[in-house]
Design a protein around this ligand. Structure first.
Ligand code: 5GP
Ligand code: ZN
Length: 145
């Protein structure tokens, strides 16, 4: 995608502080970090959201996040980290090339847990929760790609 910032980073047309690269995955420091070591992990192929990523590429993306997280934490002497995707514009995704955020966290850094991202929590009864769980479980059994 010619007009995608992250594709341009993959192609070397925009500089980035790359911290990891393999055949399918690139990881680089966020240009506007919300914590020291804030790292973005992307598939080199352009997909907009997680649902667009084929399983094989998703496996490699998540494997890289898994191996990089403790490395990033150690590099900045973090106490913990939040790992997250703004998955779609309504969830705050600004760059439409799927990317995982590794955000190092520190005792008393004044931040919030990932529960803080949503708007108004719904008030769901047991029947609604049961129905939701059934719907998701049934759909999860369906092959996606
Ligand atoms: P989003 O809201 O899409 O999940 O987050 C996009 C992230 O990409 C933001 O944290 C932003 O700081 C980062 N970002 C945007 N443009 C660039 C860039 O050109 N280089 C780097 N390294 N990060 C960028
Ligand atoms: Zn892209």
């Amino acid at each position: 995608m010619d007009d995608c910032i992250f594709c341009q980073i993959v192609d070397g047309d925009i500089p980035a502080r790359v911290v990891y690269e393999d055949e399918d995955v690139l990881a680089f420091l966020d240009a506007n970090p919300i914590a020291p070591g804030h790292t973005l992990v992307i598939p080199k192929t352009h997909y907009e959201t997680l649902g667009d990523v084929p399983a094989e590429h998703a496996n490699r993306l998540f494997a890289a996040i898994h191996s990089l997280t403790p490395v990033v934490e150690d590099a900045v002497d973090a106490d913990a980290s939040n790992i997250g995707f703004n998955n779609g514009a309504a969830a705050g995704q600004e760059v439409p090339h799927v990317h995982g955020h590794i955000v190092p966290r520190f005792e008393d850094d004044g931040g919030n847990p990932i529960h803080a991202v949503a708007g108004s929590p719904p008030n769901l009864g047991d029947d609604e929760l049961d129905a939701l769980a059934d719907d998701i479980a049934a759909a999860a059994d369906e092959p996606r790609d």
